[in-house]
Design a binder for this molecule. Structure first.
Ligand code: MSP
Length: 634
């Protein structure tokens, strides 16, 4: 087997700006990528954005934008974020890329020609939020388990992928490849699911319902279901079927996802691959969810955590370290800013920061900054420290490929703590007073610096900037990514090399005593989600009366309204599925009057009427008794 590795993140939906969950998966992928580079592997690291489907169209409409303009904007937010988090991806894919579309159509045609796609009728429970049909068994109390909303009954003629045909093959594949889906709990979840008969997968959407997608190559009245489109990114990015990157990297593919998208990756994707006729990925690595205050992150509760807010306050490496140290891969973890501060002050500022600055300070003081040679023979304490170095390296090399990042880091911290203890026990400041102990002092400080170098190298995948700073202070100019764990030269210290004193690697963060900790934490996280009363009053909301309503040809969703708000406004609203044109005329509604006009389906829309939706249903927001047209809402 070649030493190669292909690492992917999910391609993120562009219906919202990136948050800590997206950052976590992408940082994990980055750590793995950097680790494998350190191990001398040739790697390819992919991330990107998922840009088709209902959800995106809805999000664009809410912003009053055309889908293309909207996806360009949000995709760019992701693309701009990653360099700020030191993400070392080789490629950024978008499902709106023409090359990707071609590959999706190629695979569809291939599977269709092989007889694994057929046309049929489907009636079932459909969750608009998830953009998929649910089987009754999957619903919880009759509701979508993700959105807690009642699905709608939908009937449609569509194309289906014969997924059921591959059920036995998939069960057998998972059983004969025990680390195909890991950790084990997720493999078991998929196997439990496969104990029931697998249904075929509806893989198309009629264009009159949704036209923002990739047209089926064998029927231009349909677009591809967003998951069948999105999963293919993992191979289209490599130039499937003939690209050299595909043959080089696909056999070494490892996907990283969270548990929310286990089923598409654990069932749809391998069966799609099988039908298309190539080998499945190597590993599906599934992690748990970051929760805030023990609950799901939620915009309305103001608990969405934005990565850059934290990076601005605590620094990038502290943020990366915290995420990887705190979460046990596979299980949920609770995010709290207090816990981050705690780790920063204790693990980073105290343990690592102190070790590094006291080590350098002693070499500067006793040897003018020249790394001393190991001139004395080893005693018990020296041997124990060397032993710890070897144990840590070994643990690190075995735990990271198993995704037990917290264990790898804990082992590095054992080495840090051991080295701090070694300094206390050998007391170089006492040795320095006795000229006869010079050889001992040299050996002790050599060992101390050697341990620091090991720490610098091993933290490189997690904290690349800190590792780089440490290497520089230790007198080595190599970039962390150029080092190799299997090269002895990586660990060697050359006596005589000049080291310099360092400023604190991680300044401590003071936790303000006068305020309860929780309040401090919440404020920084939520501040950006509040608006002031002044900001709110900028929105000119008025009572309007619908005078005319007509459906817009070519759109199932949009209706054109004439609304009287003291003057007549033309408004395009996405409510045609919930209200007929006739029942709208004569109703009072609330109109946002000072929204910048936009063109929707070639009609200029001069405002937006307010409606509430819960993922499944939608209802107009109206005054509860008749008011004068044009009345202000405040
Ligand atoms: N577009 C699909 C993925 C298609 S992949 C072919 C999608 N996008 S998403 O934007 O919703 O991203 C989901 C992923 O974001 C999760 O699988 C996980 O990687 C990350 N996370 C989102 N919220 C998260 C948490 N609260 N905690 C941890 N990771 C989470 O699904």
């Amino acid at each position: 087997m070649e030493k190669r590795c292909y690492i992917t993140t999910p391609i993120y939906y562009v219906n919202a700006a990136p948050h800590i969950g997206h950052a976590y998966t992408t940082i994990v992928a980055d750590v793995l990528n950097r680790f494998y580079k350190l191990m001398g592997y040739e790697t390819f690291f992919l991330t990107g954005t998922d840009e088709h489907g209902d959800k995106i169209v809805q999000a664009a409409a809410q912003e009053g934008m055309e889908p293309k303009e909207y996806v360009d904007r949000i995709s760019q937010l992701f693309r701009d974020l990653w360099p700020k988090l030191n993400i070392s991806n080789d490629y950024f894919i978008r499902t709106t890329d023409p090359e990707h579309k071609k590959v999706v159509q190629y695979i569809l045609q291939k599977v269709y020609d092989a007889g694994d796609i057929y046309f049929g009728n489907y009636k079932g429970y459909y969750c608009v939020g998830c953009e998929r049909f649910y089987t009754p068994r999957e619903l919880v109390d009759g509701k979508c388990p993700d959105h807690d909303t009642e699905p709608v009954i939908r009937e449609e003629e569509n194309y289906f992928f014969r997924m059921s045909k591959y059920q036995d093959w998939l069960i057998n594949y998972i059983e004969t490849h025990p680390d195909f889906i890991r950790p084990e709990r997720y493999k078991n979840e998929i196997l439990a699911f496969l104990r029931e008969p697998l249904e075929d997968l509806c893989i198309s959407r009629p264009k009159d319902r949704l036209n923002w997608g990739i047209t089926l190559p064998f029927d231009e009245n349909y677009v591809t279901y967003v998951w069948f489109d999105a999963l293919i990114n993992y191979v289209s990015a490599l130039g499937y079927p003939d690209g050299p990157l595909f043959s080089t990297f696909w056999p070494y593919a490892q996907h990283l996802i969270a548990k929310d998208i286990l089923k598409p990756h654990g069932i749809y994707w391998p069966t799609m691959i099988k039908a298309a006729g190539f080998e499945p990925y190597r590993h599906l690595n599934v992690h748990g969810y970051w929760k805030i205050e023990e609950g799901k992150m939620s915009k309305s509760r103001g608990t969405v955590v934005r990565p850059l807010d934290l990076v601005d306050i605590y620094g990038l490496d502290a943020f990366r370290y915290f995420l990887l140290r705190e979460m046990v891969f596979g299980l949920d973890a609770n995010f709290s800013e207090d816990a981050l501060v705690q780790r920063l002050n204790s693990d980073l500022a105290n343990d690592l920061g102190n070790l590094f600055s006291r080590s350098l300070a002693m070499v500067v003081k006793y040897f003018k900054g020249n790394i001393p040679p190991r001139s004395d023979s080893f005693d018990e304490k020296d041997n124990a420290l060397s032993q710890q170095v070897e144990t840590t390296k070994e643990t690190y090399r075995t735990e990271i490929p198993q995704l037990r990042f917290h264990k790898a880091l804990a082992s590095v911290w054992e080495l840090i703590n051991h080295t701090n203890k070694y300094i206390d026990q050998t007391a170089p400041w006492v040795l320095a007073k006795d000229p006869k102990k010079k050889a001992r002092l040299e050996t002790v400080l050599h060992n101390v610096l050697a341990a620091n170098k090991v720490v610098a190298v091993l933290i490189a995948p997690f904290m690349p900037d800190t590792a780089g700073k440490m290497m520089e202070k230790l007198g080595y100019s190599k970039e962390p990514l150029e080092l190799r764990l299997d090269d002895d030269a990586t660990w060697e210290l050359t006596p005589g090399t000049q080291v310099t004193k360092a400023k604190a690697l991680f300044p401590r963060v003071e936790v303000k005593k006068e305020k309860p900790k929780k309040e401090v934490a919440e404020k920084t996280v939520e501040e950006k989600d509040y608006i002031t009363i002044d900001e709110f009053s900028k929105i000119d909301l008025r009572v309007g009366l619908i005078k005319e309503a007509e459906n817009i040809p070519g759109s199932k969703k949009l209706v054109k309204l004439k609304v009287d708000v003291g003057e007549e406004r033309t408004v395009v609203a996405g409510i045609a599925k919930n209200y007929s044109a006739d029942e709208l005329v004569g109703r009072q509604v609330i109109l946002v009057c000072n929204l910048k006009p936009v063109k929707l389906m070639n009609v200029k829309s001069e405002g937006m009427i307010l409606a509430a939706h819960d993922g499944g249903d939608l209802a107009l927001v109206v005054p509860d008794r008749k008011l004068k047209v044009g009345a202000k809402v405040s």
